[in-house]
Design a protein. Sequence first.
Length: 172
Amino acid sequence: MLLINQNELLAEGNHVIRTAIEKCIQCGTCSASCPLSQYMDYTPRQIVTLVREGLIHEALKTKTIWLCSTCYLCAVRCPAKINIGEFMTVLKRFTLKNGYSDNLLYPKLMRTYVEYVDKYGRISEPRLMIKFSLKINPFKLLKMLPLSMKLLRDGVLSFSLERVQNLHEVKA
């Protein structure tokens, strides 16, 4: 894996990255606004700081960038008018493009999700989790089997999969 520097990331993310590292005043509004911040290993403002300080490799290895759902709550509330959602999206794309995501679970889940949507036009959560589990650790499926059988028996869980009609038209 190649180590990258701030200039490479700036070239890739152009104004989005530059705006964040130049305008962020580290107030913490983005972190306080984020509904998922409690699950992140770094807060959004810490990710901006890592990138600002040239610690790109560390920023790209965090689960924070993958947890950002781009709900834009942070962007709406940011006093510096920084769109952290777009910032995180640029980091995700850069991570995928440059091979930093090979050992991370979040990108694997994203890829599995996209495969399903591309193929069927929608997802089936149980099927998605089965396919994802087969990719990362098939033995986890054995642990989920008793609960899955109970949910299936009670009619709460369904393995049915519907395709979007005329999917080729939707893709066009």
